[in-house]
Every structure is written in C-alpha cells, then in structure tokens.
Design a protein around this ligand. Structure first.
Ligand SMILES: [Zn+2]
Length: 312
C-alpha cells in the first residue's frame, strides 16, 4: 500500500510539472545570457538552449517547447546586428522539454541532428521512468519533427568559426544522449546528464543508468579546459568545480546503494533506513525526491559502466 501511494505521488508530480509548464507558456519570457565567444544561453521553459550565433547563422542545442518558437526566434534575432536563421539543431536527449520545438524549427528550415537511439525513441510510443515508481508515457512524434541527420558516436558542425561537436554518452540520462562541445569557446552543453535542480532524473526505462551518467561526466571533465563553462540541462551555467562536486555526489550515492544491495538489503529496507538521508536536504527538489532517486540507483547499479567513445 505504501508503495502504491508513493507511485501515485510520483506520477502526480510529473504530470503536475508538465501541466504547469503548458499553462505558463504564454507568460514565459526567453532570457538570453552571453556565455563565451559566439555562444549564448537561452532560457524560457523546459531545458536550457545553447546557441552559437554569428555570420553563418545560428546553431542550437535543444529547442524547448513548440509554443515558444516565436519567442525563441525573437530572442535569437535580438543577438547581433541582423536576424540569423537557425540552420542546425543538436538534441541532447528525446524528452519533450528539450525537443518539442522540433516541428516549428524544422518547418522553418532547420536541420535537426541527434544520436540514432534518440531518433529511434522519438519514432515510437514509449515510457520515461526511473525503473520503479515514476512513469511518464510519451507518443511517437510527427514525422516532420524527427531528426533528418543521425549519428552513432560523434558528429561535428563547423560554423561561426566554431567546431560544434556532439559525442554520444551511452546509457546515461537516456540511451541516446549527446554532450555538445563548442570547442573554441570552451563551452559544453551536457543536457540532463548534469542538472542543477537537485536529485537528477535518470530515465532507466529508456536505457539510462547512473554508471553511464558518471562515465559521461568524467569523460567531459577529461576533455574540458580549466576555464570551461558548463551549461546544464536545467539551471545556471556551472564551472569545472561544480561538475566535480556533482560527480562525487553521483559516485557516493551509487556506492552506498550498491553496497547495501550487495549486503542483501531490499529496496524497501533502503527506503526505511533513509539511505540517502545525508544528501536529502541539499538535493531534494520539486521533481525528484530521495526515494525516487534511490530507485534509479537501485535499478541501475546492477549494470556495468559503459565507456564513452572519445577521440583525442
Ligand atoms: Zn530529460
């Protein structure tokens, strides 16, 4: 019974979040923050958008919600002297708060690019979930909203004097995540592999795992220069130290859960023992609570860490 109540609450909180986002979109303003070089951060509702804007046009990483298309376009046109067409959009992962804008941007001529697992996920009905009590069904998207270009391990776009390079991070937040580097500006967009709203969501139902999240963060740290600016999926721009602290949190919490599991403890035992108590105060946010995060760790600790492919 206890579990049922928890499941219902988790479901309500996700539905509530989606609903709140839909209702508020008419009032949303898109905030533009210069990050470095040609790269800007755009924040409306949903996931963060990174944009390289320059003489060759605009390249986006993620595109938020379709109803925000006009506001996002106006914000982009406000950067620099003349309006810049969006020519390419990289997607960090398939979740609607990062990809719902695909349709209007594609209709306006942008070429959408993603890792091939992401494209496959968008093509069919499915379910996002933490492997336990959190579930959120999603429908196959309109064919016109699918990426026109997909890749396996990495792909680079060369525009505005930038090399904008997407690397696949296997089995991390989902099965089809990309981390997108703006090589010259020393900026990276990590999608929801790195978020700043508290306990992160790991979409275990779509092939995500905490080991993949850790591997992806460590591979990113190994590639970044010390002055790098890190755009998270949600929240404000971070630095190397912030990402290091986040990796430590992922490692410490997943180790505690793996050890409890090895010693024969059940998921219920861990919840009753408040295993993530030491992190609750700092990381409990509106979206994911300690028990929901515990489930993500529990259901992904049995897996092995996948290696991210990195070409130096
Ligand atoms: Zn997400």
């Amino acid at each position: 019974m206890q579990l049922r109540v928890t499941a219902a609450c988790a479901l309500l909180s996700i539905a509530g979040l989606a609903l709140a986002q839909e209702q508020d979109l008419s009032k949303v303003e898109v905030k533009v923050t210069p990050v470095s070089g040609s790269v800007y951060l755009l924040q409306g509702a949903g996931g963060n958008i990174a944009a390289s804007v320059g003489d060759d046009g605009a390249v986006l990483v993620d595109d938020e919600f379709a109803p925000l298309y006009d506001k996002i376009t106006a914000a982009l046109n406000g950067i620099g002297a003349a309006p810049k067409p969006v020519r390419f959009i990289f997607l960090t992962h398939y979740h609607g708060d990062h990809t719902d804008g695909n349709l209007p941007f594609a209709a306006a001529g942008a070429t959408i690019i993603s890792q091939e697992n992401l494209r496959a996920t968008l093509m069919s009905d499915g379910q996002a979930g933490n492997g336990g009590s959190m579930h959120m069904p999603h429908k196959a998207v309109d064919k016109a909203a699918l990426p026109l270009v997909s890749f396996d391990r990495e792909l680079t776009v060369h525009m505005n004097g930038e090399d904008i390079r997407a690397l696949h991070a296997p089995a991390a937040h989902t099965s089809g995540d990309s981390i997108v580097f703006f090589e010259h500006a020393h900026v990276v967009h990590m999608g929801d592999i790195f978020v700043r709203y508290g306990f992160p969501f790991i979409d275990v139902d779509t092939g995500g795992s905490v080991q993949g999240m850790i591997s992806a963060c460590e591979a990113t740290l190994a590639l970044l220069p010390p002055d790098a600016k890190i755009i998270p999926g949600h929240g404000e721009v971070a630095n190397i130290e912030d990402l290091r602290e986040y990796v430590k949190f992922l490692k410490d919490t997943s180790t505690v859960v793996a050890k409890a599991r090895e010693s024969g403890k059940s998921l219920d035992d861990m919840k009753k023992a408040n295993l993530l108590g030491p992190w609750s105060e700092k990381y409990t946010g509106k979206f994911v609570n300690a028990n929901a995060f515990l489930e993500m760790l529990y259901f992904s600790t049995a897996r092995r860490a996948p290696a991210i492919s990195v070409k130096h």
